[in-house]
Write a protein that binds this ligand. Structure first.
Ligand SMILES: Cc1cc2nc3c(=O)[nH]c(=O)nc-3n(C[C@H](O)[C@H](O)[C@H](O)COP(=O)(O)OP(=O)(O)OC[C@H]3O[C@@H](n4cnc5c(N)ncnc54)[C@H](O)[C@@H]3O)c2cc1C
Length: 524
C-alpha cells in the first residue's frame, strides 16, 4: 500500500490554466504560501494553452456599456448583471496592468505601436487582443515562467485532485457536524507513486477548467472532463446552468486530429457547407445561409448528419474562396495538410464540437462559492457572466479577472489560524485487495459516456433522448462506482469517476429545463 503524505499551504490552487495561474500570481505577490497542482505532466497543458482567437479588451470606439450589451445579448439576457459589470468595467484594466505591463505579453500590433484589435461574431466593436493565432499558448507560458520566480509558490505536476476535503464530511470529530461546512483542502493522487496525499489549506481555489471532453466530438483536449464540477458537487457546493454547453460548428473530422477548430472566418470568406454527397444545405435553414449565427449553423449541421446517418459534413472553401487561401489561413492550411487535406483543392470534412461550459460552481464577484473557504475561478465556475451562451473571447478574460480577484479577497481576509483540527481528518481509504485496472474497460466506459452525451444530451435535445441518457448513464455510474472502490488508484480511474458524474449533472440540468435558450436547445 502506498504511503500518503501531508502537505500544507495558505492557499491550495487546483489547476494552472489562466484562472489558476492568475490566482497564484496574485497570492504570491501578497506573500501567501501557495501550493498549485495540475494533473498534467507539464504545467502549461490546459485549455488555455490551445486558445487561438484572443482576449477581450476595449477597442477604440468602445466602452463598458457597449461591451456589456454585447455580452448580455449573446447570453440571451439571463446573465448576472453584477458579474457582467465587473468584467466589462474592470477587464481592460486587468489586461493592461497584468498582461501588458507586468507580464509583457507581445500582443500583435497592426502598425508600429498600435495594438491590433480583432473582431469576432457577436461583438459590435473590434476589441480582441491576440498574439497572432496562438494567444493562449503565449499567455500560459508567460504566466508559468513568472510564477516559477516566486519562492512561496510550490508547483506540483502529475497530481490529480480526487476529492475536496470538507469538514464535517471527512472529520472523525462528530462534534464538527454542528459547525458550518467548509473546505480545508483536497485529497490528491500522486500520479507516479499512486498514493493519495492530503493537502491542507486555509483556502482552496478550484481552477480545473471545463468539461468539453465528456462529449464524443470536442475542441477541448481529452483531459478536459470537468473534475472540478464533480468534486464541488460531492462536497455540497451549489452548481448552476450546467445545461448551457456551447458547441462550435466546425472542427476538423479526422481520426487523428482531436478536434482541431476550423475558424468561423472561413465561412466569412465564402466557404459553403455541403453534405457528403456535395449538396449545399444551409439555404434550407436560414436566409443568411453559412453566415447564420453559430448556434443555427451548428444545429443545421447536426440535423443533416443525423438525417443522413453521416459522421461529418463538408466545408468547401476551395470552390468559393474570395481570398488567397494560403495567405489568409496559413495555420489552418498547414494543419489540414498534415492530415492529408489540401484546403486549396478539396473540401474539409467537419463536425460540430463541444466547446465551452457556461455553467458551473456558483460564485460571487470575488469567486467565493457557497461552501466555506472554497473559491472557484475560470471555466469551472459560474459567475453568471455568460448567461445562456458565451460571447467569443470573454473566457480568458473571465479567468484572469476572477483568478486575480479571488486571491485579492483571500489576502484581504486571510486568517492564519487553521479553522479545524488536522489530526481529526480521515486518511485515504485503500481497499484490502486492489485490483489492477483493465484499460479496455475504461476505454469502453468513456466511449459509452461520450457517445451517449453526443447523441442524447448534445446539440439538439428532447425529453425522450435525455431520459434515455439519464437511464443509461445512471446504470453505468453504478458499475463505475463499484469498479472505483476496488481498483488500484490511478488517474484514469479517478477521471472516469469525475466524468460520469459530470455527464449526469449536464443531463439532469438539461432534462429539468424545457425552455430553449442560448446554448440549450430543446426540440420538444
Ligand atoms: C481550442 C480552443 C480555443 C479557444 N479559444 C479561445 C479564445 O480565443 N478566447 C477565449 O477567451 N477563450 C477561448 N477558449 C476557451 C478558453 O480557452 C477556456 O475557457 C479557458 O482557457 C479556461 O481556463 P481555465 O484556467 O479555467 O482552465 P484550463 O485552462 O482548462 O486549466 C485547467 C487546469 O486544471 C487542471 N486540472 C483539471 N482537473 C484536475 C484535477 N482533477 N487535478 C489536478 N489538476 C486538474 C488542468 O491540468 C489545467 O492545469 C478556447 C478553448 C479551446 C478548447
Amino acid at each position: 500500500m502506498p504511503k500518503d503524505r501531508i502537505f500544507r499551504s495558505d492557499v491550495l490552487i487546483i489547476g494552472c490554466g489562466i484562472a489558476g495561474a492568475s490566482a497564484a500570481l496574485e497570492a504570491a505577490k501578497s506573500g501567501l504560501r501557495v501550493n498549485i497542482i495540475t494533473k498534467a505532466s507539464v504545467p502549461e497543458e490546459s485549455n488555455t494553452y490551445y486558445a487561438q482567437g484572443g482576449i477581450v479588451s476595449m477597442g477604440k470606439d468602445d466602452n463598458a456599456r457597449i461591451l456589456k450589451e454585447d455580452i448580455i445579448k449573446t447570453g440571451d439576457g439571463i446573465n448576472n448583471p453584477e458579474s457582467v459589470e465587473v468584467l466589462a468595467g474592470q477587464g481592460r484594466e486587468f489586461v493592461e496592468r497584468i498582461l501588458i505591463e507586468e507580464l509583457r505579453i507581445p500582443f500583435t500590433r497592426s502598425s508600429g505601436e498600435t495594438l491590433d484589435y480583432a473582431q469576432e461574431a457577436g461583438h459590435s466593436r473590434r476589441r480582441i487582443l491576440h498574439v497572432k493565432d496562438s494567444t493562449g499558448r503565449t499567455i500560459e507560458e508567460t504566466f508559468i515562467a513568472a510564477l516559477k520566480k516566486y519562492s512561496n509558490v510550490n508547483f506540483m505536476t502529475g497530481r490529480t485532485a480526487v476529492d475536496l476535503l470538507t469538514v464535517p464530511h471527512h472529520s472523525r470529530n462528530l462534534i464538527s457536524y454542528y459547525r458550518e461546512p467548509q473546505c480545508i483542502g483536497a485529497y490528491v493522487l500522486d500520479n507516479t507513486s499512486r498514493a493519495v496525499d492530503i493537502y491542507f489549506a486555509n483556502y482552496t481555489v478550484l481552477a480545473t477548467g471545463g468539461c468539453g471532453a465528456v462529449y464524443l466530438y470536442t475542441s477541448n483536449p481529452r483531459e478536459a472532463i470537468g473534475a472540478g464540477y464533480a468534486m464541488a458537487h460531492r462536497a455540497g457546493a451549489r452548481i448552476v446552468n450546467m445545461e448551457y454547453i456551447q458547441f462550435h460548428p466546425t472542427s476538423l473530422y479526422h481520426r487523428d486530429s482531436d478536434g482541431f477548430l476550423i475558424s468561423e472566418t472561413v465561412r466569412g470568406e465564402g466557404a459553403r457547407l455541403k453534405t457528403k454527397e456535395g449538396q449545399t444545405f444551409m439555404e434550407k435553414y436560414s436566409d443568411k445561409r453559412e453566415l447564420a449565427p453559430r448556434d443555427e449553423v451548428t444545429r443545421a449541421i447536426y440535423e443533416e448528419m443525423t438525417n443522413s446517418d453521416s459522421s461529418y459534413v463538408l466545408l468547401d472553401l476551395a470552390s468559393y474562396a474570395k481570398v488567397e487561401i494560403k495567405k489568409r489561413f496559413p495555420y489552418i492550411h498547414k494543419t489540414c495538410l498534415e492530415y492529408g487535406i489540401d484546403i486549396t483543392r478539396e473540401p474539409i470534412p467537419v463536425v460540430p464540437a463541444a466547446h465551452y461550459g457556461c455553467g458551473g460552481v456558483l460564485v460571487d464577484e470575488w469567486g467565493r462559492s457557497s461552501l466555506g473557504n472554497l473559491y472557484a475561478v475560470g471555466e469551472v465556475s459560474c459567475t453568471g457572466v455568460h448567461g445562456a451562451n458565451r460571447l467569443a473571447s470573454t473566457s480568458l478574460l473571465e479567468g484572469l479577472v476572477w483568478g486575480t480577484r479571488a486571491a485579492q479577497d483571500i489576502a484581504a481576509h486571510f486568517d492564519p489560524a487553521l479553522p479545524y483540527e488536522q489530526e481529526e481528518i480521515h486518511p485515504w481509504y485503500y481497499p484490502d485487495r486492489e485490483e489492477e485496472i483493465d484499460p479496455a474497460l475504461i476505454n469502453q466506459d468513456w466511449l459509452t459516456i461520450r457517445s451517449t452525451m453526443w447523441n442524447y444530451a448534445g446539440i439538439i435535445r428532447t425529453r425522450k433522448r435525455l431520459e434515455r441518457a439519464k437511464a443509461d448513464l445512471e446504470y453505468l455510474r453504478h458499475r463505475i462506482e463499484k469498479f472505483y472502490k476496488e481498483a488500484k488508484m490511478d488517474p484514469k480511474v479517478v477521471g472516469l469517476k469525475h466524468g460520469i458524474q459530470v455527464a449526469l449533472m449536464i443531463t439532469h440540468a438539461a432534462l429539468a429545463n424545457p425552455i430553449s435558450l442560448g446554448a440549450h436547445f430543446r426540440k420538444d
